[in-house]
Write a protein that binds this ligand. Structure first.
Ligand code: FE2
Length: 347
Protein backbone atom coordinates (compact mmCIF):
# COMPACT_ATOMS: atom_id res chain seq x y z
CA UNK A 1 0.00 0.00 0.00
CA UNK A 2 1.04 3.54 -0.59
CA UNK A 3 2.21 5.40 2.43
CA UNK A 4 -0.28 8.18 3.12
CA UNK A 5 0.77 11.69 2.11
CA UNK A 6 3.29 12.96 4.66
CA UNK A 7 1.70 13.79 7.99
CA UNK A 8 2.57 17.43 8.39
CA UNK A 9 1.54 18.81 11.73
CA UNK A 10 2.24 22.52 11.85
CA UNK A 11 1.79 22.53 15.64
CA UNK A 12 5.03 20.63 16.14
CA UNK A 13 8.33 22.43 16.56
CA UNK A 14 10.72 22.32 13.59
CA UNK A 15 12.68 19.10 13.38
CA UNK A 16 16.27 19.53 14.53
CA UNK A 17 17.56 16.95 12.16
CA UNK A 18 16.39 15.73 8.80
CA UNK A 19 16.69 12.10 7.82
CA UNK A 20 18.96 13.17 4.99
CA UNK A 21 21.38 15.17 7.15
CA UNK A 22 24.93 13.89 6.83
CA UNK A 23 24.22 11.68 3.83
CA UNK A 24 27.07 11.80 1.34
CA UNK A 25 25.64 12.66 -2.06
CA UNK A 26 27.69 11.77 -5.18
CA UNK A 27 28.29 14.57 -7.67
CA UNK A 28 25.57 14.77 -10.30
CA UNK A 29 22.95 14.32 -7.58
CA UNK A 30 21.70 17.25 -5.54
CA UNK A 31 18.83 18.54 -3.45
CA UNK A 32 18.41 15.32 -1.50
CA UNK A 33 15.57 15.97 0.92
CA UNK A 34 13.01 14.09 2.90
CA UNK A 35 10.01 16.25 2.02
CA UNK A 36 8.33 16.07 5.41
CA UNK A 37 11.56 16.86 7.28
CA UNK A 38 12.37 19.70 4.91
CA UNK A 39 8.97 21.22 5.52
CA UNK A 40 9.39 20.94 9.29
CA UNK A 41 12.77 22.65 9.12
CA UNK A 42 11.59 25.46 6.86
CA UNK A 43 7.96 26.10 7.65
CA UNK A 44 8.70 29.33 9.53
CA UNK A 45 10.00 30.83 6.32
CA UNK A 46 6.85 30.53 4.25
CA UNK A 47 5.94 34.19 4.36
CA UNK A 48 3.05 36.16 2.88
CA UNK A 49 2.01 37.21 0.36
CA UNK A 50 3.15 34.29 -1.75
CA UNK A 51 3.82 31.69 0.95
CA UNK A 52 6.13 29.47 -1.00
CA UNK A 53 9.69 28.34 -0.58
CA UNK A 54 11.98 26.80 -3.12
CA UNK A 55 13.33 23.42 -2.21
CA UNK A 56 15.42 23.44 -5.35
CA UNK A 57 16.03 25.86 -8.21
CA UNK A 58 17.74 24.83 -11.40
CA UNK A 59 16.24 23.84 -14.72
CA UNK A 60 13.42 22.53 -12.53
CA UNK A 61 11.98 24.45 -9.61
CA UNK A 62 10.65 22.32 -6.78
CA UNK A 63 8.49 24.47 -4.54
CA UNK A 64 6.43 23.91 -1.47
CA UNK A 65 3.42 26.10 -0.84
CA UNK A 66 1.38 26.39 2.27
CA UNK A 67 -1.73 28.23 3.35
CA UNK A 68 -1.32 31.74 4.62
CA UNK A 69 -2.67 30.96 8.04
CA UNK A 70 0.03 28.81 9.57
CA UNK A 71 2.81 31.29 10.21
CA UNK A 72 3.65 30.33 13.71
CA UNK A 73 6.02 33.28 14.13
CA UNK A 74 3.16 35.72 13.63
CA UNK A 75 0.22 36.26 15.95
CA UNK A 76 -3.16 36.18 14.24
CA UNK A 77 -3.37 39.97 14.53
CA UNK A 78 0.09 40.42 13.01
CA UNK A 79 -0.73 38.01 10.21
CA UNK A 80 -3.96 39.90 9.49
CA UNK A 81 -1.99 43.14 9.31
CA UNK A 82 0.45 41.64 6.84
CA UNK A 83 -2.38 40.34 4.71
CA UNK A 84 -4.31 43.61 4.90
CA UNK A 85 -1.24 45.42 3.56
CA UNK A 86 -0.47 43.01 0.82
CA UNK A 87 -3.70 41.45 -0.31
CA UNK A 88 -6.64 42.65 -2.22
CA UNK A 89 -10.20 41.99 -1.19
CA UNK A 90 -9.82 40.04 2.00
CA UNK A 91 -7.42 38.45 4.41
CA UNK A 92 -7.22 34.91 3.15
CA UNK A 93 -7.19 35.00 -0.60
CA UNK A 94 -4.96 36.20 -3.37
CA UNK A 95 -6.92 37.72 -6.19
CA UNK A 96 -4.23 37.71 -8.83
CA UNK A 97 -4.01 35.25 -11.69
CA UNK A 98 -0.61 33.97 -12.81
CA UNK A 99 0.14 33.48 -16.50
CA UNK A 100 3.35 31.81 -17.61
CA UNK A 101 4.88 30.02 -20.58
CA UNK A 102 5.65 26.90 -18.61
CA UNK A 103 3.37 24.21 -17.23
CA UNK A 104 2.92 23.54 -13.53
CA UNK A 105 2.59 20.22 -11.73
CA UNK A 106 0.71 20.13 -8.43
CA UNK A 107 0.74 17.47 -5.72
CA UNK A 108 -1.45 18.42 -2.77
CA UNK A 109 0.14 16.80 0.28
CA UNK A 110 -2.08 18.05 3.07
CA UNK A 111 -5.50 19.67 3.09
CA UNK A 112 -7.27 20.98 0.03
CA UNK A 113 -6.70 23.88 -2.31
CA UNK A 114 -8.63 25.58 -5.05
CA UNK A 115 -7.29 26.79 -8.34
CA UNK A 116 -9.55 29.12 -10.31
CA UNK A 117 -8.40 28.98 -13.94
CA UNK A 118 -9.41 30.62 -17.22
CA UNK A 119 -10.00 27.83 -19.72
CA UNK A 120 -11.45 28.48 -23.17
CA UNK A 121 -11.96 32.07 -22.05
CA UNK A 122 -14.19 31.02 -19.15
CA UNK A 123 -13.46 30.92 -15.45
CA UNK A 124 -13.28 27.32 -14.27
CA UNK A 125 -12.67 26.36 -10.66
CA UNK A 126 -10.30 23.40 -10.23
CA UNK A 127 -10.41 21.79 -6.79
CA UNK A 128 -7.26 19.93 -5.81
CA UNK A 129 -7.89 17.77 -2.78
CA UNK A 130 -5.43 16.16 -0.41
CA UNK A 131 -3.50 13.42 -2.16
CA UNK A 132 -4.46 14.63 -5.62
CA UNK A 133 -2.22 15.59 -8.51
CA UNK A 134 -2.91 18.07 -11.26
CA UNK A 135 -1.03 19.21 -14.33
CA UNK A 136 -1.74 22.72 -15.57
CA UNK A 137 -0.51 23.24 -19.14
CA UNK A 138 1.28 26.37 -20.34
CA UNK A 139 -0.31 29.81 -20.63
CA UNK A 140 -3.49 29.21 -18.63
CA UNK A 141 -4.22 31.94 -16.06
CA UNK A 142 -4.59 30.50 -12.59
CA UNK A 143 -4.97 31.79 -9.05
CA UNK A 144 -3.89 29.39 -6.28
CA UNK A 145 -6.16 29.59 -3.24
CA UNK A 146 -5.13 27.90 -0.04
CA UNK A 147 -7.60 29.12 2.57
CA UNK A 148 -7.39 25.99 4.74
CA UNK A 149 -5.09 26.36 7.71
CA UNK A 150 -2.24 23.89 7.50
CA UNK A 151 -2.83 23.00 3.87
CA UNK A 152 0.35 22.31 2.04
CA UNK A 153 1.41 21.24 -1.42
CA UNK A 154 4.25 20.72 -3.81
CA UNK A 155 4.50 22.50 -7.15
CA UNK A 156 7.03 21.82 -9.89
CA UNK A 157 7.82 24.43 -12.51
CA UNK A 158 10.72 24.99 -14.86
CA UNK A 159 13.25 27.73 -15.36
CA UNK A 160 12.08 30.46 -17.71
CA UNK A 161 13.92 30.27 -21.01
CA UNK A 162 15.19 33.10 -23.22
CA UNK A 163 12.78 36.00 -23.23
CA UNK A 164 9.90 34.21 -21.56
CA UNK A 165 7.84 36.49 -19.33
CA UNK A 166 5.38 35.85 -16.53
CA UNK A 167 2.22 37.85 -16.03
CA UNK A 168 0.08 38.78 -13.06
CA UNK A 169 -3.50 39.65 -13.93
CA UNK A 170 -6.21 41.21 -11.79
CA UNK A 171 -9.74 41.11 -13.16
CA UNK A 172 -12.51 43.61 -12.45
CA UNK A 173 -14.49 40.79 -10.85
CA UNK A 174 -12.53 37.89 -9.38
CA UNK A 175 -15.61 35.65 -9.58
CA UNK A 176 -16.28 36.11 -13.29
CA UNK A 177 -12.91 37.21 -14.74
CA UNK A 178 -14.45 38.87 -17.78
CA UNK A 179 -12.47 42.10 -17.89
CA UNK A 180 -8.89 42.78 -16.95
CA UNK A 181 -8.52 45.51 -14.34
CA UNK A 182 -4.71 45.59 -14.19
CA UNK A 183 -1.89 43.38 -15.35
CA UNK A 184 1.86 43.39 -15.45
CA UNK A 185 4.42 41.16 -17.14
CA UNK A 186 7.85 40.57 -15.71
CA UNK A 187 10.90 38.33 -15.80
CA UNK A 188 10.61 35.62 -13.19
CA UNK A 189 13.50 33.83 -11.53
CA UNK A 190 12.00 33.12 -8.12
CA UNK A 191 8.26 33.44 -7.63
CA UNK A 192 8.61 34.03 -3.90
CA UNK A 193 10.80 37.07 -4.56
CA UNK A 194 9.49 38.30 -7.90
CA UNK A 195 5.74 38.27 -7.19
CA UNK A 196 5.53 40.55 -4.11
CA UNK A 197 6.87 43.67 -5.92
CA UNK A 198 4.26 43.18 -8.64
CA UNK A 199 1.51 42.82 -6.05
CA UNK A 200 2.85 45.96 -4.36
CA UNK A 201 2.79 47.78 -7.73
CA UNK A 202 -0.87 46.88 -8.08
CA UNK A 203 -1.59 48.16 -4.58
CA UNK A 204 0.21 51.39 -5.36
CA UNK A 205 -1.79 51.78 -8.56
CA UNK A 206 -5.00 51.30 -6.59
CA UNK A 207 -3.87 53.72 -3.88
CA UNK A 208 -3.10 56.32 -6.54
CA UNK A 209 -6.66 56.23 -7.78
CA UNK A 210 -6.66 53.24 -10.14
CA UNK A 211 -6.61 55.26 -13.35
CA UNK A 212 -8.59 53.68 -16.14
CA UNK A 213 -6.35 51.91 -18.58
CA UNK A 214 -7.17 49.49 -21.30
CA UNK A 215 -5.17 46.29 -21.27
CA UNK A 216 -5.20 44.61 -24.65
CA UNK A 217 -4.38 40.95 -25.10
CA UNK A 218 -2.45 41.67 -28.28
CA UNK A 219 0.00 43.74 -26.23
CA UNK A 220 0.89 40.84 -23.97
CA UNK A 221 4.22 39.03 -24.33
CA UNK A 222 2.44 35.76 -23.43
CA UNK A 223 -0.34 34.33 -25.59
CA UNK A 224 -3.07 32.99 -23.35
CA UNK A 225 -4.05 29.39 -24.13
CA UNK A 226 -7.71 29.22 -25.09
CA UNK A 227 -8.08 26.00 -27.03
CA UNK A 228 -7.64 23.19 -24.58
CA UNK A 229 -9.65 21.65 -21.79
CA UNK A 230 -7.52 20.56 -18.85
CA UNK A 231 -8.13 17.11 -17.30
CA UNK A 232 -9.34 17.22 -13.70
CA UNK A 233 -7.07 16.48 -10.72
CA UNK A 234 -6.81 12.82 -9.83
CA UNK A 235 -6.03 10.86 -6.69
CA UNK A 236 -2.50 9.48 -6.68
CA UNK A 237 -3.60 6.60 -4.46
CA UNK A 238 -6.32 5.71 -6.98
CA UNK A 239 -3.72 5.80 -9.74
CA UNK A 240 -1.50 3.45 -7.77
CA UNK A 241 -4.39 1.10 -7.03
CA UNK A 242 -5.41 1.03 -10.70
CA UNK A 243 -1.85 0.22 -11.74
CA UNK A 244 -0.87 -1.99 -8.81
CA UNK A 245 -0.22 -5.09 -10.93
CA UNK A 246 1.98 -3.31 -13.41
CA UNK A 247 3.95 -1.57 -10.68
CA UNK A 248 4.39 -4.81 -8.76
CA UNK A 249 5.82 -6.29 -11.96
CA UNK A 250 8.40 -3.50 -12.13
CA UNK A 251 6.76 -1.63 -14.98
CA UNK A 252 6.90 2.06 -15.73
CA UNK A 253 3.51 3.79 -16.05
CA UNK A 254 2.89 7.19 -17.60
CA UNK A 255 1.29 9.25 -14.82
CA UNK A 256 -0.54 11.76 -16.99
CA UNK A 257 -1.34 9.45 -19.89
CA UNK A 258 -0.69 10.03 -23.57
CA UNK A 259 -3.92 12.00 -24.07
CA UNK A 260 -3.03 14.78 -21.67
CA UNK A 261 -2.82 18.12 -23.52
CA UNK A 262 0.34 19.10 -21.67
CA UNK A 263 3.50 18.04 -23.45
CA UNK A 264 6.07 19.66 -21.16
CA UNK A 265 5.89 17.23 -18.28
CA UNK A 266 7.06 13.67 -18.64
CA UNK A 267 6.18 11.86 -15.43
CA UNK A 268 6.49 8.14 -14.85
CA UNK A 269 5.62 6.04 -11.84
CA UNK A 270 7.89 3.01 -11.67
CA UNK A 271 7.67 -0.11 -9.56
CA UNK A 272 10.32 -2.58 -8.48
CA UNK A 273 12.07 -4.81 -8.91
CA UNK A 274 13.38 -2.98 -11.92
CA UNK A 275 16.27 -1.01 -13.31
CA UNK A 276 16.24 2.03 -15.58
CA UNK A 277 18.94 4.13 -17.11
CA UNK A 278 18.87 7.85 -17.70
CA UNK A 279 21.11 9.75 -20.07
CA UNK A 280 22.81 13.02 -19.32
CA UNK A 281 20.84 15.85 -20.91
CA UNK A 282 19.95 19.50 -20.52
CA UNK A 283 16.89 18.43 -18.60
CA UNK A 284 17.10 17.67 -14.94
CA UNK A 285 15.42 14.62 -13.50
CA UNK A 286 13.47 14.79 -10.26
CA UNK A 287 13.21 11.48 -8.45
CA UNK A 288 10.75 11.05 -5.59
CA UNK A 289 10.57 7.79 -3.72
CA UNK A 290 6.97 7.08 -2.71
CA UNK A 291 7.51 3.63 -1.24
CA UNK A 292 10.53 1.51 -0.40
CA UNK A 293 14.04 2.30 -1.58
CA UNK A 294 15.79 2.96 -4.88
CA UNK A 295 19.53 3.06 -5.48
CA UNK A 296 20.75 5.72 -7.89
CA UNK A 297 24.13 4.98 -9.43
CA UNK A 298 26.10 7.81 -11.06
CA UNK A 299 29.76 7.72 -12.20
CA UNK A 300 31.01 8.99 -8.84
CA UNK A 301 28.99 6.72 -6.57
CA UNK A 302 25.60 5.45 -5.47
CA UNK A 303 22.86 7.04 -3.40
CA UNK A 304 20.11 5.16 -1.57
CA UNK A 305 16.88 7.11 -2.07
CA UNK A 306 14.64 6.15 0.79
CA UNK A 307 10.89 6.40 1.16
CA UNK A 308 9.68 10.00 1.37
CA UNK A 309 12.91 11.39 -0.10
CA UNK A 310 13.51 13.17 -3.36
CA UNK A 311 16.53 14.43 -5.28
CA UNK A 312 17.65 15.96 -8.55
CA UNK A 313 19.95 14.23 -11.03
CA UNK A 314 21.57 16.45 -13.63
CA UNK A 315 24.41 16.34 -16.13
CA UNK A 316 25.34 12.67 -15.69
CA UNK A 317 24.27 9.28 -16.93
CA UNK A 318 22.57 7.33 -14.19
CA UNK A 319 20.96 4.03 -13.34
CA UNK A 320 18.12 3.55 -10.89
CA UNK A 321 17.77 0.12 -9.30
CA UNK A 322 14.44 -0.30 -7.58
CA UNK A 323 13.87 -2.85 -4.86
CA UNK A 324 10.93 -5.23 -4.92
CA UNK A 325 7.66 -3.57 -3.92
CA UNK A 326 9.12 -0.08 -4.17
CA UNK A 327 7.45 2.76 -6.07
CA UNK A 328 9.04 5.93 -7.32
CA UNK A 329 8.22 8.95 -9.44
CA UNK A 330 10.51 10.18 -12.22
CA UNK A 331 9.76 13.65 -13.55
CA UNK A 332 11.21 15.82 -16.29
CA UNK A 333 9.94 19.01 -17.86
CA UNK A 334 10.83 20.13 -21.35
CA UNK A 335 10.30 23.80 -22.24
CA UNK A 336 9.83 22.90 -25.91
CA UNK A 337 6.88 20.62 -25.19
CA UNK A 338 4.08 23.16 -25.63
CA UNK A 339 5.73 25.50 -28.11
CA UNK A 340 4.34 25.85 -31.60
CA UNK A 341 6.27 23.75 -34.07
CA UNK A 342 7.95 25.06 -37.22
CA UNK A 343 6.29 22.53 -39.46
CA UNK A 344 9.06 19.97 -39.16
CA UNK A 345 7.81 18.89 -35.80
CA UNK A 346 10.63 20.87 -34.22
CA UNK A 347 9.86 23.47 -31.59
FE1 FE2 B 1 1.63 29.74 -11.28
Amino acid sequence: MLAAPPALDSAEPPAKRARTDGVVVPSGISALHHIEDWYEQNKEQFTPPVCNKLMYRGQLSIMLWQSKTTHTHLTDAQADMVRARLFVGGPNTRKDFHLEEGSEFFFQLKGNMELPTIQNGERKLVKIKQGQMFCLPSRIPHSPQRPEAGSFGLVVERRREGKEMDGLIFYEDFNTCKKVRWEKFFRCNDLGKDLPPVIEAYKAWEAAGASAKEFREEDRPVNQEKEIEVPEPFSFEDFLAANAEKLAAGESVNLLGLDHPDKEFEVFVIGGRSEQTGKSSDLETWLYQVKGTAHIAVPSGTLALNEGCCCIVSGVNFTVARSEGSIGIVLRQNSRGNKPTNGDGQA
